[in-house]
Design a protein around this ligand. Structure first.
Ligand code: SF4
Length: 315
């Protein structure tokens, strides 16, 4: 008997171009370009099927993210990225969900969803691009604008101290992963986002992001003086590339399961801590706890619904 000559189909390999869509319309030098490049590389390395990947955003410069990914996307309403993303993950748990938001979008109008998104802890990757300003609407004070920053809404300088989103997030119930990185160190940026992606639960990464148009010198202190950056290292933390190890000599060994130490580090204003503040792989996940019935047929769903409605029937 002759051997079968049916060719064996090689598994499809996704390349970088499978995730690239259009030319990003961010300003030259904007930190968003670096985050986009990092996420496209992560998608390629992890071989995420584009048709099973969704990017959800709110409104702002960084919220243009879904337009530049050749995946599914939802460019939604101001501050509402989290509820949309939670809805997608709740009903389609097999999809990889990424959320992009900015400091104005997330920490201000989206603050309510921030708290409950953390508590729901659904398996998604959340990137918060923090440039300390509303860039898309041309320079209004955001919750993280530094004191004294001159903006369209505060021409004489921002009058309130900026909020500390790390400290705030570390105070929220059911937090499962919180890290911080900078857009100008691509190895650390990618490693941090990839660790958040691999985490099972809500992986939150705050990226200190350059806005060359309105807050160009906001990060100068950290960019010009690496001693002002504190690299958090640990076996359970973000993997550290040798280049990063060399670039940031100011380091601390930090076990990210220690919430009290994470809070101490999150309070530091003399340095910018980068790496993983906190992780709790055992935090309950709402998407897991509410997935009963997802496999039911439409008929069974209709039967269940009718049985529930019958309880209220007046006989
Ligand atoms: Fe980037 Fe700022 Fe330009 Fe927006 S305004 S695209 S944040 S540099």
């Amino acid at each position: 008997m002759s051997e079968s000559t049916t060719p064996v189909k090689a598994p499809h390999l996704f390349t970088l171009s499978d995730y690239q869509s259009g030319i990003a319309r961010w300003c030259p030098g904007c930190g968003d370009h670096g985050v986009l490049a990092a996420i496209q590389r992560i998608c390629t390395e992890e071989q995420l099927p584009p048709h099973k990947t969704v990017f959800v955003s709110g409104i702002g410069c960084s919220s243009r993210f879904p337009h530049y990914m050749k995946t599914y996307g939802f460019h939604g309403l101001h501050g509402r990225a989290m509820p949309v993303a939670c809805g997608v993950k709740a009903r389609r748990p097999e999809l990889q969900v990424f959320v992009s938001s900015g400091d104005g979008d997330f920490f201000s109008i989206g603050a309510g969803h921030w708290i409950h998104g953390v508590r729901y802890n659904m398996d998604m990757t959340l990137t918060i691009f923090d440039n300390g300003i509303y860039g898309l609407t041309k320079a209004q004070t955001s919750p993280t604008s530094p004191l004294g920053l001159k903006t369209k809404t505060h021409p004489h300088g921002a009058i309130l101290p900026p909020m500390n989103p790390i400290q705030a997030t570390l105070g929220m119930t059911n937090l499962s992963f919180l890290a911080q990185t900078v857009d100008w160190k691509p190895q650390h940026l990618k490693a941090t986002l990839q660790a958040a992606y691999k985490h099972k639960g809500l992986g939150i990464v705050r990226v200190m992001q350059r806005c060359t148009a309105y807050t160009a010198d906001l990060h100068d202190e950290w960019r010009r003086n690496p001693e002002k950056v504190l690299l958090m290292k640990h076996d359970k933390g973000v993997p550290v590339d040798p280049k990063i190890d060399k670039a940031f000599k100011n380091q601390v060994e930090h076990d990210p399961t220690d919430i009290n130490k994470a809070r101490e580090l999150g309070d530091r204003t003399d340095v910018l801590p980068i790496g993983l503040f906190y992780v709790n792989p055992d935090a309950p996940r709402y998407d897991q706890m509410t997935n009963a019935g997802l496999e039911m047929s439409n008929e069974d769903k209709a039967k269940g619904l009718n049985a529930a409605l019958d309880k209220f029937a007046v006989r």
